[in-house]
Design a protein around this ligand. Structure first.
Ligand SMILES: Cc1cc2nc3c(=O)[nH]c(=O)nc-3n(C[C@H](O)[C@H](O)[C@H](O)COP(=O)(O)OP(=O)(O)OC[C@H]3O[C@@H](n4cnc5c(N)ncnc54)[C@H](O)[C@@H]3O)c2cc1C
Length: 511
């Protein structure tokens, strides 16, 4: 799950156990989701989803799963299906330029891949290290025990304390799959987090990851060397990100990551194909509220190649960031008006460089001896990039091998701003091509402290509010399932399935 970074910390064996236990929960839809029965309100006629990324495509899938195939689903996409899941082509091969890796415990993503007949991309081993601008402060070796020994030698028990902390968060987070399999939904992020991990989880959205780690006995030195590097590689941000988002990101550093053969964006196009949703290539500009004969309708206004248009819907799900001023969706006729969302998004620049690494910069004059496939960085003013990885194409054949450091390879460099030519020349002896994408990748977690609402109006939902708790493909899928359940439970007045307390007990006693 969560942001892309290499497996720097040894995997926790209990995570495998967690995976086995939790795997039984997704895909099982209890009887409560049988089609609505006579006497229930009429099903919605039309539902709009705004955004065709992983959030929009998975909510379309879940909405159809719950409301049934007779409901018309329109998905508005202003650009390309996949959104922040995207590839660039180098030498006729595609490489992930956005969301790249998925945690093994991402059960919805696992389920989608199975459902769509897609495959996991084969893992190609590669070592990681942390660079402080002058030297490597931590280097991974081929030997698991030696890695453990090094971590212990440098940082004492910090890495064990970190692992226990992350494992506890993940174990509690996995409860969401049980709740969702039983049809439970949450109207606010705070209630969702509380049902998973009590006040601790809610507080983890308010305090920094550094504070939380110091409290469980992780040393400042370990935070400065290792946690900083992991968060720079993941969110491109500091250890001031909230503890919940931080824990999700650190979980990825334990390894157990995978990707979709052919590209992660295939999940989005696959789910939209499966639902047979109408994909409307248009930019949504406004949503206005209308009431007629006691019923509420939402008019979605859009612009496409032919000009302006609009359509009416019973339910609307916004599956894109509303904080990004570029989206500029306005809300009309709502009383009280829908408030502006505080906070901004953080820019991450991805440069996909095809070229020869300048290993001398990293202290290896002979490029053949450069042993790392991934370089993470500490927070040093002189460092102008966050991380760089020698990456593999999205399609890997059986005979594929990672490029040797002396060969021209494809590197993905993450930085806060576009790299200029002198900076590229520092990292690469020479290069054939550079393809740059400037992303609004994640919320700037320091820019707003409150979690946005999930429900903007009766049947108007905001899926991407979840990113302010933690952003990742799986978090989008979890939020999608929650919104689909919420919409269904509200539509059919099944209020017992919304914001219930003591769910661990309830799901144990329910058949
Ligand atoms: C560089 C980078 C690396 C990342 N690494 C990882 C990783 O390794 N693992 C991980 O899990 N996550 C990673 N992420 C995060 C992950 O990619 C996102 O959290 C996830 O893809 C968000 O999906 P989404 O559907 O919520 O939003 P988006 O993918 O942003 O989809 C929103 C869609 O809505 C469309 N849209 C916007 N406004 C309108 C409008 N007005 N009308 C119509 N359409 C509109 C957009 O064009 C877009 O396609 C990374 C992100 C980036 C950028």
């Amino acid at each position: 799950m969560m942001a892309a970074f290499p497996p720097l910390l040894p995997p926790a064996p209990r995570l495998l156990l967690l995976l086995t236990v939790a795997a039984g929960w997704v895909g099982k839809e209890p009887a409560a989701f049988a089609a609505a029965t006579a006497g229930d309100p009429a099903p919605p006629g039309k539902i709009a989803v705004i955004g065709g990324g992983i959030g929009g495509s998975s909510v379309a899938h879940f909405l159809q799963q719950h409301f049934g195939p007779q409901v018309q689903l329109d998905v508005y996409e202003k650009d390309t299906v996949g959104g922040r899941l995207s590839t660039v082509t180098v030498n006729k091969q595609q490489y992930e330029s956005g969301g790249a890796s998925i945690h093994a415990l991402s059960l919805h993503m696992q389920d989608f891949v199975k459902l769509l007949g897609l495959k996991h991309r084969r893992e190609v081993a590669g070592k990681s290290a942390i660079f402080n601008g002058e030297q490597f402060v931590l280097e991974e070796t081929d030997w698991y025990l030696l890695n453990l020994f090094r971590l212990w030698w440098h940082y004492g028990m910090s890495f064990l304390r970190l692992q226990m902390w992350v494992e506890e968060v993940m174990e509690k987070f996995m409860r969401i799959y049980k709740y969702q399999a039983h049809g439970y939904s949450f109207s606010r992020l705070e209630v969702l987090l509380h049902s998973l991990g009590g006040d601790t989880f809610v507080n983890m959205t308010q305090r920094t990851v550094a504070e939380s780690l110091l409290e469980v006995g992780v040393t400042q030195r370990f935070i400065d060397d290792v946690i900083v590097a992991i968060l720079r590689a993941g969110y491109g941000q500091s250890v001031l990100v909230p503890a919940f988002a931080g824990a999700m990101s650190i979980a990825g550093a334990q390894g157990n990551m995978w990707a979709v053969e052919g590209g992660n964006k295939m999940v989005c196009s696959g789910l939209l194909r499966l639902t047979k949703a109408n994909i409307i290539q248009a930019t949504v500009t406004a949503i206005s509220l209308h009431n007629s004969e006691g019923k509420t309708f939402y008019q979605v206004h859009y612009e496409d190649e032919e000009g302006q248009g609009s359509s009416f819907y019973d339910i609307v799900v916004i599956a894109t960031q509303l904080h990004d001023s570029k989206n500029n969706i306005t809300f009309q006729n709502f009383d009280p008006p829908i408030a502006e969302f505080p906070g901004v998004f953080h820019t991450t620049v991805t440069s996909i460089v095809h070229g020869y690494l300048n290993s001398s910069y990293f202290g290896f004059p002979d490029p053949k001896l450069f042993p790392f496939a991934s370089v993470l960085t500490t927070d040093t003013p002189a460092l102008f990039f966050n991380s760089m990885d020698n990456i593999c194409p999205v399609n890997i054949s059986g005979v594929f091998r990672r490029k040797q450091p002396q060969e021209a390879a494809v590197w993905r460099v993450h930085s806060q701003r576009p790299l200029d030519k002198p900076e590229l020349k520092i990292l690469f002896r020479s290069y054939y091509s550079v393809q740059v994408t400037e992303w609004q990748a994640y919320p700037d977690y320091e820019s707003a402290k409150t979690l946005p609402p999930i429900i903007l109006h009766n049947n108007l939902y905001y899926l991407n509010s979840v990113e302010w708790a933690a952003g990742s493909m799986e978090m989008a899928a979890v939020a999608a399932k929650n919104v689909a359940l919420l919409a269904y439970n509200y539509w059919y007045h099944d209020l017992e399935k919304i914001d219930q307390k003591d769910l661990m007990h309830k799901v144990k006693t329910e058949l």
